[in-house]
Ligand binder design. Sequence first.
Ligand SMILES: *Cc1c(COP(=O)(O)O)cnc(C)c1O
Length: 240
Amino acid sequence: MRTRLEKVEHRLRAACARAGRPREAVTLVAVTKTVSCEIAALLPELGVLDLGENRPQELWRKAAAIPNVRWHLIGNLQRNKIERTLPLVHAIHAVDSVRLLQALDDALANAEPAAPARAVSPLLALRAQAPIVLLEVNASREASKHGFTPEELPGLVPTIAALKHVHVAGLMTMAALEDEPERCRPTFVLLRELRDQLQRELGRPLPELSMGMTNDFEVAVEEGATMVRLGTALFEGLQP
Ligand SMILES: *Cc1c(COP(=O)(O)O)cnc(C)c1O
């Protein structure tokens, strides 16, 4: 896995360099959904401190085994799983409905205030109380995909501005699976433009763009991704 990680790092650095961006501008989120806790637990030692899961139950399980990292929920969150998920996550990437946004806001309002009682590590102690929340956008307009449509976003401005506890920090998308990654570029450009428009209308910055997977992350970085979510590039062929 060290060799794969080195290859990914090399490609990330090259993509950042092409875009004139510092490597630190992009967070590598290792998506561990296809591997065991044992394999996922090797990541922190290799310097990867951001881990992602797409199913809440699997995130709960792995977060219990590997607490000293930042956990990212990259898939859908059902409202009945909010309470158990919130204390475990650094970021929620795929909020795709107003109902979920409001349920998150309510849950955070009820959450215990101030510092966590049992800080397991300095990293967790430093973690902001409320997780980073991103809105999923169906920027590729595929019928099978979750997310707000690009047209729906401007109408969300009053809702986002009225949230008391959820701090929406940016947008997330999944591009269509293409043979040629270059064909994903319009999807990433659109997400960035939607972010720019939304932050103008909100009158505050939305710094995060979660876009780019194994197939297309270099193009996503060139177009401004601040988080790439990689599974296959790190784990393909490894025992689950
Ligand atoms: C599985 C998954 C990824 C990782 O995809 P790879 O192509 O394996 O890198 C990224 N984002 C989401 C939402 C996923 O479910």
